[in-house]
Design a protein around this ligand. Structure first.
Ligand SMILES: Nc1ncnc2c1ncn2[C@@H]1O[C@H](COP(=O)(O)OP(=O)(O)OP(=O)(O)O)[C@@H](O)[C@H]1O
Ligand SMILES: [Mg+2]
Length: 421
């Protein structure tokens, strides 16, 4: 199919093209959106390919990762009818850490009160901590301003005060791990515009601002990992990661029922649930045998026992991580579960019983137009969230846009950025 060049496409009616790439353990997905001057998001292209080169957020096979990216990007570009250049990439993994840092400045006695320049100065002061050379900053997010010991100031500009403090949540990752992702994306023919941690992207796709203010925990349960994000007072307060996801359930089914991974994945999706209310436990399922053995018949109850035990354990790891957070008792809006595993029937019942909090499934379809059907699954939360995050530009321009282009892409990137802003 003919693909229009990006350079031509982005100037149409001052609409802009934004693209997001999620390198998951199970799948690589790409979403392309057209953004109007009013910041309305129109989904115009979606691509997906199986992921074989990524594990728990880390590139374990460069060539396979490049091929998965190329396939997903190609499909999304064909659907959109345009070629993309700069792309926003979601990152995750055990190497990503968050840390709150405080900055303090003296304002002195001035009539006009605190200025934008003061806010910038105090943020810089909070960011001025030593980062080990093998790590780099991914995000610097404002959590709080404090004016003369008065905390929870949302916007200090114009207020009178002698002393201004800022708490900045600094999120860093291993330069090596991030560098490998950048290399894979560039070798697939793209430019990394910015990197956004997965739990932040998914949060923007499925949480509403009231939940973010009241206190909410996002659980993005994918194939290989569970990403955790805790929000309170409108700010991201804590992030965590559990190295367990839906693949562990599939593995357990394959082991427990002595069948292949492929069939285990199929019956997990078609026949299983984590809560008995969704099942007829007496129902008989026929399981194909492995290695030349004939098929066997089992009770659904056996499948349920395996799935329920693993889901409970998986959620229990998240529960223990959340309990360690100083915001564990500030979750008035409960939990929102997303990622492919949020499709598993009964996961809400198990979660609500364990956490003793309300829980809902987050599907990333709010405020979108265009090919919404193609992304209306919890497994697209990260990708859609990347688009929303880019469009909302929530980070007060403090995303470290260091992932600029290779020389060959320079002109196109410069043009794209100048058109966008
Ligand atoms: N209907 C369903 N019932 C149960 N599990 C499902 C269903 N649909 C998808 N899954 C599971 O969701 C998982 C994939 O989720 P997702 O696409 O969010 O993962 P990913 O982003 O590739 O991985 P990760 O975020 O861990 O790197 C797989 O284990 C898959 O089996
Ligand atoms: Mg994921």
């Amino acid at each position: 199919m003919f693909i229009k060049k990006l350079e031509g496409a982005i100037n149409m009616d001052k609409h802009h093209i934004v693209a997001g790439l999620d390198l998951g353990t199970s799948k690589v997905s790409v979403v392309i959106a057209e953004v109007s001057p009013e910041k309305k998001i129109n989904i115009i292209g979606v691509g997906e390919s199986s992921s074989e080169g990524m594990r728990h957020g880390v590139v374990i096979n460069l060539e396979k990762t490049i091929n998965s990216i190329k396939t997903a990007v190609h499909d999304a570009q064909v659907m959109a009818g345009i070629e993309i250049g700069p792309i926003c990439v979601a990152v995750t993994g055990e190497h990503i850490k968050g840390m709150a840092s405080k900055g303090v400045i003296s304002i002195g006695s001035r009539n006009e009160g605190i200025t934008n320049a003061d806010v910038e100065r105090v943020r810089e002061s909070a960011k001025g901590i030593a980062i080990p050379t093998e790590r780099e900053i991914i995000h610097t997010l404002t959590q709080d301003f404090i004016v003369d010991n008065q905390p929870n100031i949302v916007d200090p500009v114009g207020l009178m005060g002698m002393r201004l403090e800022a708490i900045i949540y600094i999120i860093t990752g291993s330069s090596l791990a991030l560098g490998n992702i950048k290399k894979a994306v560039e070798r697939a023919g793209l430019v990394v515009d910015m990197m956004v941690i997965q739990s932040l992207a998914s949060s923007y796709a499925v949480l509403d601002s009231e939940e973010m203010h009241q206190g909410v925990c996002l659980l993005d349960i994918g194939g290989g990992v569970t990403n955790i994000a805790i929000w309170y007072g409108g700010s991201l307060r804590d992030i965590g990661l559990v190295k367990l996801g839906g693949e562990a359930i599939t593995r357990d089914i394959a082991m427990g029922l002595a069948t292949s991974r492929t069939y285990a994945e199929k019956i997990k999706i078609e026949k299983s649930a984590a809560h008995p209310s969704y099942l007829d436990l007496e129902e008989i399922i026929e399981i194909p045998g492995t290695a030349g053995r004939g098929p066997r018949k089992i009770n659904t109850e056996k499948l349920y026992d395996v799935v329920e035990a693993r889901v409970e354990e998986m959620l229990d790891f998240s529960y223990r991580r959340i309990k360690r957070s100083e915001y564990a008792h500030n979750l008035a809006s409960g939990l929102v579960v997303t990622g492919g595993c949020a499709n598993l029937k009964g996961i809400l019942e198990v979660g609500e019983e364990l956490f003793e909090l309300p829980m809902r499934v987050g599907i990333p379809t709010n405020d979108l137009s265009g090919m919404v059907e193609a992304v209306s699954s919890p497994s697209f939360s990260t990708c859609v969230g990347l688009i929303k995050y880019t469009v909302m530009d929530k980070e007060e321009n403090n995303v470290k846009r260091i992932y600029t282009s290779q020389d060959t892409f320079m002109d196109r990137l410069k043009k794209w950025i100048s058109d966008f802003f």
